[in-house]
Design a protein around this ligand. Sequence first.
Ligand SMILES: Nc1ncnc2c1ncn2[C@@H]1O[C@H](COP(=O)(O)OP(=O)(O)OP(=O)(O)O)[C@@H](O)[C@H]1O
Ligand SMILES: O=P(O)(O)OC[C@H]1O[C@H](OP(=O)(O)OP(=O)(O)O)[C@H](O)[C@@H]1O
Ligand SMILES: O=C(O)c1cccnc1
Ligand SMILES: [Mg+2]
Length: 562
Amino acid sequence: MADGTVSDHKPGEIRRTFSTLSTGQDQNGVVQPLLTDLYQITMAYAHWKSEKRTDHAVFDLYFRKNPFRGEFTIFAGLHECLKFFNNYTFSKSDIDYLRTILPPSTEEGFFQYLSDMDLSQVTMYAIPEGSVVFPKVPLLRVEGPLPIVQLLETTLLTLVNYASLVATNAARFRMAAGPGKSLLEFGLRRAQGPDGGLSASKYCYIGGFDGTSNVLAGKLFNIPVKGTHAHAFVTSFTSLDDLKNRMLQPADQSKSLQNLVEMSQTWLDRIEGLLEILKEETHKGELASFISYAMAFPTGFLALVDTYDVLRSGIPNFVAVALSLHDLGYKSIGIRLDSGDLAYLSLRAREIFTKIADKYNLPWFAKLNIVASNDINEETIHSLNQQGHSIDTYGIGTHLVTCQRQPALGCVFKLVEVDGVARMKLSQDMEKMTLPGKKNVFRLYGHDGHALVDLMMQEKEEAPSPGQRVLCRHPFEESKRAYVIPASVEPLLKKYWFEGKICQPVQSLHDIKSRMESSLRSLRADHKRALNPTPYKVSVTAGLYQFMHDLWLHNAPIGELS
Ligand SMILES: Nc1ncnc2c1ncn2[C@@H]1O[C@H](COP(=O)(O)OP(=O)(O)OP(=O)(O)O)[C@@H](O)[C@H]1O
Ligand SMILES: O=P(O)(O)OC[C@H]1O[C@H](OP(=O)(O)OP(=O)(O)O)[C@H](O)[C@@H]1O
Ligand SMILES: O=C(O)c1cccnc1
Ligand SMILES: [Mg+2]
């Protein structure tokens, strides 16, 4: 991203790419077999002792409800799941530690079994990362020896849950802001710890953000890093006397050094009438800080203007320094607003920039970038849009990365089949029933290219074909059903892990971001609107419907009244 709006540092040539990470170093050494719940290990032991080592299990990873009162979710985290699979081995120190926490009666053979364990007998199908996904549909289908696949549950969930939640949050911010705005993730300081911060930067980028302030995320994931400066930089200056270095080299290297402090003061004199301020009112410590920043970044000057008074001090000081820089051949970038009424202040700032542009015949000045930050959430952006504003870039931290509106997605990992026999978890709550058996999933599209419905079916059933009518049933409500004649059909689950290897081309973060954009585009607008969106239909074939309802009746005990 090189929009030139905010000081940015483009990815360097020697930067490690996302795909090289996948083959080599771990981004996150924390992701390892012991990053799991104790009960996975105890179940593995019990399975091992019960001779269930070779039972062939199928598990589905899915969520039950879209987050943020929305009707869609962005699936993210798959690449990290594959890296986890690739590196899956219990080290000697892992085994030594497990010996200390399992009862002394634990048989030696089990520790040997763990030491020898790899994922060569595990197969994983997944929906491509960055896809729009819906409740109940398996995002991952993991098959293999029962104790081994069970052991993967917690780690897969921790890799998918937050990634998908925060990517979805980012996509919602992007939709609220609109395509023309720049979105920067500023959340590291407020995230749930260092790993939360790093994951947020990565998955917000997938979800539609343009960059992050997180430097390590930039280095690790090749994401554009961007930023402005803080209030502390402004308040660290008290007067112009704080400026020891006052001379700046003009852009034309053949010209001699010029005194930026004198030039800025002269410009303040010249603009005070036009801006209807008194030049004495502008804070001279603030002016000094702007001059200092401008000296350091003459081609990337952007000032935080709300430390003292946006209209009577911050903006006039910025304008004076920006016009001085212009005299020296440099174009400034803009301002950041971090408090007050962001709609009103952005409009007033634009008015002032336009006045200057007209008066001094500098059309670019009217287009200066206005960055807004300060506890912005999705509703704030919708509200700003309604009010009218002139913000070009949003810097968003807390609400984005902490997902304050809904802090967890609630993905689950459920057993659906053992040795070819379907399993089903019953619940009073229909939402919590598992859809039994090994399933395939297809997305059916209409003639206008929009997705109509996701259809799950038993693995043995024939895939739907374009132009052929197929009955799509609500999984639980008998009366809800519809015939669909799809214009096109997309199989959603692809084989990603087989015989100990990743078996699809590794996607870069940029590929995943592009998939997110195209996948979201294929969703009708009414499913995406902020208020009361229409639910997208997730359905099952008549065959799967009958199968699961028979199994349901078979498993549910018949009560007796007395
Ligand atoms: N025009 C606007 N419409 C809706 N919300 C806005 C608008 N302008 C700002 N906001 C939001 O209103 C809140 C204002 O925050 P707050 O009440 O803490 O005041 P503040 O501007 O930060 O003042 P101070 O810096 O003096 O504490 C922020 O969450 C901000 O995103
Ligand atoms: O508001 P967020 O969406 O979380 O975005 C990140 C915030 O981080 C910085 O604030 P800082 O840490 O300086 O604290 P303050 O603005 O709350 O005083 C910056 O000025 C933003 O306001
Ligand atoms: O660069 C910025 O302006 C920034 C970075 C982190 C948090 N708040 C602001
Ligand atoms: Mg702030």
